[in-house]
Design a protein around this ligand. Sequence first.
Ligand code: SF4
Length: 120
Amino acid sequence: MDKRDFKDYICRPFCEFFREGEKETLACQGARIVGQLVKRGRLDPDSLPGHKKRPRLWKEYNGTLYTHLCQQCSFRSEDCDFRSRNGPPDSEPCGGYILLSLLKVEGIITSLDIEEVAFE
Ligand code: SF4
């Protein structure tokens, strides 16, 4: 996955953890799954920037996102306040999680789309 591409449509618009120049060669599982859906032609990056964050979506438990994003994510143990037991209570998830939760609730993708690319 080309980091320059997904930084533009996932990290900068949606991720509060993103810092220019830091860990740019790494991708969390949320960004990786969005990148796979784009690679398959299931998502068009040009149609994504219009979405707005909806905190209600990540305050509710979502089994698909928990299982296929967070449980598989290399950032989970040390770098993710959202999934940390000791993180601030108002922590946001990563941009990929936020974007996928929006796309799911808007019916643009399904849980099956996420499951299909989670282990690629
Ligand atoms: S919310 Fe945290 S653990 Fe879950 S996919 Fe994003 S960075 Fe990884």
